[in-house]
Ligand binder design. Structure first.
Ligand SMILES: Cc1ncc(COP(=O)(O)O)c(C=O)c1O
Length: 306
């Protein structure tokens, strides 16, 4: 039995709900060899009476766009993918926080690098999930691996092959005792974490790298920029230099899995006084209230399952 099937009973695969044990692929699946797949990471939050999926539609729009950038068609509309996600969570009857992992991949189509006409498979799995990074804050290393530039691959796509970049970067950071890696872009400006976007605070102004810094355009990044601006903060999308990380008052990472995670140290040097900063903590609190449905100002970001 797959270890996954202890955590989930059903998976949505190519339009049908199937038993977890039957959600399998062949070893000659194209995507396994070449990373020819696009995926999403989405969270659902159980608030005691309902499970709310955070920005579900926006994630599915990015999934469809990712496939377009890589050069294949998913074969499902955003609405169908939204409905399928709700269907698979209901089938599993989850009543706790979940992580949702849709993936669209090139299936058994041979070994050619020309994916024209090859079969595309789509699956959506969900499983109970807690914290991804240490909630109290992380120590990061500016890794020696640079973020793949957007002139080599469409990095705006959340494509599986691109994640080898994240894997080697995080491997280096963890081996040296850090929690997370921050990658610079090909020019030497800050790009992002292995699975998160980066924000800094200097003199009360919040800044985050622009999409021209080869980043993934994070849904959480967008949410945080909107929340911060609504709270009256100035938020700049601009290039951030490596040395700014070392003199920032606050740094935090954003991502579906990481949510809002304070950065306590960069390359062994404390950020500010080495404790999570006030703006980081304020945004973290608001974000938590939004995803659980307590703060109703952004309730159109939530899709209730039940
Ligand atoms: C490389 C990378 N950057 C940024 C993010 C943050 O994106 P989001 O907020 O949409 O989860 C992720 C996570 O999905 C990621 O893998």
């Amino acid at each position: 039995m797959s270890v996954w099937c202890r955590r989930l009973r059903y998976v949505w695969l190519n339009g049908r709900i199937v038993e977890c044990e039957n959600a399998k692929v062949h070893v000659l699946t194209h995507a396994l060899h070449y990373g020819s797949a696009v995926f999403e990471g989405i969270r659902g939050y159980w608030n005691g009476s309902n499970l709310n999926i955070f920005r579900l539609r926006d994630h599915m729009v990015r999934l469809v766009n990712s496939a377009k950038l890589v050069g294949f068609n998913l074969g499902y509309t955003v609405e169908q993918l939204v409905d399928a996600t709700i269907e698979v969570i209901k089938a599993n009857n989850f009543k706790e926080d979940v992580y949702i992992r849709p993936i669209a991949f090139i299936g058994e189509g041979g070994i050619s690098l020309d994916i024209t006409g090859m079969p595309v498979e789509v699956s959506i799995a969900a499983f109970p999930f807690g914290k991804y990074l240490k909630a109290e804050g992380v120590k990061v290393k500016i890794t020696s691996w640079r973020r793949i530039p957007s002139f080599s691959v469409p990095v705006m796509a959340k494509a599986s092959g691109i994640y080898l970049n994240s894997i080697v970067a995080l491997r280096e950071a963890r081996r040296e005792g850090y929690d997370e890696a921050i990658l610079l872009d090909w020019r030497g400006y800050v790009a992002e974490g292995s699975g998160e976007n980066v924000f800094i605070v200097r003199g009360g102004v919040i800044a985050t790298p622009p999409i021209t810094a080869s980043i993934l355009e994070g849904v959480t990044r967008d949410s945080v920029m909107r929340i911060a601006r609504d709270e009256g903060y100035t938020v700049e999308e601009r290039d951030i230099t490596r040395e700014e990380l070392l003199v920032a008052d606050e740094i935090f990472l954003t991502g579906t899995a990481a949510e809002i995670t304070p950065v306590l140290e960069v390359d062994g040097k404390p950020v500010g006084d080495g404790k999570p900063g006030p703006i980081t903590m304020r945004l973290k609190e608001i974000y938590q209230n939004i995803v659980t449905g307590v703060d109703v100002r952004y309730k159109n970001w939530l899709t209730p399952v039940y």
